[in-house]
Design a protein around this ligand. Structure first.
Ligand code: SF4
Length: 144
């Protein structure tokens, strides 16, 4: 994604400060598959402004809409990635994500299919969920 909003600039402690949440919470969102921070070669996590927006959307969904992490993950598991990346029918047939409904595609260990070794953080599918309204926008775009 070539967007200045997506340049990873904040360390985990800076991102946590901006968001007024703990470093532990940010790590937990990552472990739960809701966010994929950029990793430097040293393995240090960095966050972009888009990541900050994404976490704000998660926080709003949890605090205002009263949907828990599992609920958010289930919504993300409905994203029709195959329609975005246009993988082959054979890839879909063998894909754990295509037949499942509990985890987003980027949480699946893809073996021998289109997504093997792809960088999910920069993928259009992961990025379709950048703000609270963007998932719906992506679905509208796919259904035109
Ligand atoms: S590259 Fe990653 S985010 Fe994109 S469709 Fe494949 S698993 Fe999903």
């Amino acid at each position: 994604m070539n967007n200045s909003l997506d340049i990873p600039i904040y360390t985990i402690s800076n991102a946590a400060k901006i968001l007024k949440i703990s470093v532990h919470t940010l790590r937990m969102y990552e472990k739960e598959g809701l966010i994929i921070p950029f990793r430097k070669e040293s393995n240090q996590r960095l966050y972009s402004n888009l990541d900050i927006e994404r976490v704000k959307c998660i926080q709003e969904t949890i605090n205002k809409d009263k949907i828990n992490i599992e609920g958010i993950r289930r919504v993300l598991a409905l994203l029709p990635c195959w329609a975005v990346i246009k993988c082959s029918k054979k890839d879909r047939t063998n894909c754990e994500f295509y037949s499942g409904h509990t985890k987003p595609c980027w949480m699946i260990n893809h073996k021998n299919n289109f997504c093997t070794n792809k960088e999910c953080r920069t993928c259009e599918v992961y990025n379709s969920y950048g703000t609270c309204s963007s998932i719906k926008e992506k679905i509208k775009e796919l259904l035109v």
